[in-house]
Design a protein around this ligand. Structure first.
Ligand SMILES: C[S@@+](CC[C@H](N)C(=O)[O-])C[C@H]1O[C@@H](n2cnc3c(N)ncnc32)[C@H](O)[C@@H]1O
Length: 380
């Protein structure tokens, strides 16, 4: 399955480059937010355009990765505001050489393995004719945001460094930079740094309904808004790749990881299962359910339980019913705990260890190679 996936992706990316049409596939998806965030952003642009009554929109995006979100915003500007508007994008472009790590081939005399995230943004935006309206600042938000004047932007998206200190600065600066009636949004409310900063900067705003959060600036503060994503919402710039995009929405637990890091996760899990006879997996999400389908079935028999803080929220396909981690008692312990969760792995590792148990705790993300794909650690 893994080899087939790589082959299909390779064929798609070659076809897109050969025919000079935009590419948005799983390589770009690797560090992207869940695909729904792009639709959410487009809905935010629609709502912002309604309030702007035809004037040009000035939009700010912190953290674009390879630009699916940027292009969704640009498409919104064209669809809902007759193309009047521009977007300032801030991203240090740290993810270089990751897009096609083991599968290098030439594109225009340049080995694709040397492409970075912002090259893909540049490629797609240029083909779509939107490049001129995208003002890219290759830098850290903390260094750039203070230089902008107050109340300069109609819409601000915050999806850069997800560490608490950086998010705090981004949110505080965004509050200053937003026009009255302007909207501010972001992803990953579920991540600890984002959540903490959110409630510190907006103490009276309730928990958002999903990992996407959106606020509108009022006369004297902020209020939560929930821009409706119409059933018909499409990202037309994706063309024939739109259906893949929707499939990704359904399966993002798998597709969030590019082949190299997926291989790493897979091998890491197998190594732990080979070493111990009874392993508890901590995390009952999509990543676990996909992993269990791909691992050697003989080794999977060594998984003796699934731990999850919310056992009722288990996703389909798990062979075991999850139990809470606090059911771990001396005498009933597994030989090892394998943490299998992207967003919460450090929390879960600390929690498993803080119970004072001597059981060894591993994460499928531990190790040098995969660190580059994690969504943190880019403090400027
Ligand atoms: C989760 S990705 C953004 C995904 C994108 N918004 C999307 O929907 O596809 C986070 C991005 O933030 C960038 N980043 C990391 N630290 C940053 C910082 N201090 N300022 C601005 N961007 C940062 C990373 O380079 C990465 O491209």
């Amino acid at each position: 399955m893994y080899q087939q996936w790589v082959a299909e992706e390779r064929a798609l990316i070659k076809a897109c480059f050969g025919e000079q049409r935009p590419y948005w596939g799983h390589m770009i998806n690797s560090v992207s937010s869940p695909p729904g965030f792009a639709l959410h952003l487009k809905a935010c642009v629609q709502r912002t355009a309604d309030a702007a009554h035809g004037s040009a929109l000035n939009i700010l995006e912190v953290g674009c990765f390879a630009g699916i979100s940027t292009l969704a915003i640009m498409e919104g500007i064209h669809q809902f505001n007759l193309g009047h508007g521009c977007i300032t994008v801030i991203d240090p472009g740290c993810h270089v050489n990751n897009l096609y790590p083991n599968e290098a081939f030439d594109h225009g005399g340049r080995d694709l393995a040397t492409w970075g995230q912002l090259d893909l943004l540049d490629y797609n935006a240029t083909l779509l004719g939107w490049r001129q309206a995208i003002h890219l600042q290759v830098n850290y938000s903390g260094r750039v945001l203070p230089s902008f004047p107050d109340a300069a932007f109609d819409l601000i998206s915050i999806d850069g460094d997800h560490e608490y200190a950086s998010v705090l600065t981004d949110m505080r600066e965004a509050a200053r930079l937003l026009k009255r009636d302007g909207m501010m949004c972001g992803d990953d409310y579920g991540m600890p740094g984002v959540r903490q900063a959110y409630h510190e900067v907006f103490p009276h705003i309730p928990v958002p309904p999903s990992s996407f959060w959106t606020l509108r600036r009022t006369n004297d503060g902020f209020e939560p808004v929930n821009p409706p994503i119409e059933a018909a919402a499409r990202l037309d710039f994706l063309g024939d790749q739109h259906s893949r995009f929707l499939a990704t929405l359904a399966q993002c637990g798998f597709f969030l990881f590019p082949p190299k890091s997926w291989r790493f996760i897979h091998d890491r899990a197998e190594a732990v299962l080979r070493q111990y006879a009874r392993v508890a997996i901590y995390g009952a999400g999509k990543l676990t359910s996909v992993l269990l389908r791909l691992l050697d079935p003989v080794l999977v028999q060594r998984v003796d339980r699934i731990l999850d803080d919310r056992p009722e929220s288990a996703s389909g396909g798990l062979p075991l019913t999850p139990v809470r981690p606090d059911t771990l008692r001396p005498g009933t312990l597994p030989d090892a705990i394998l943490v299998c969760c992207e967003a919460w792995d450090m929390d879960m590792m600390n929690k498993a260890r803080s119970r004072g148990l001597s059981t060894p705790v591993y994460s499928v993300f531990q190790g040098g190679e995969v660190q580059g794909f994690r969504r943190s650690g880019f403090n400027g």
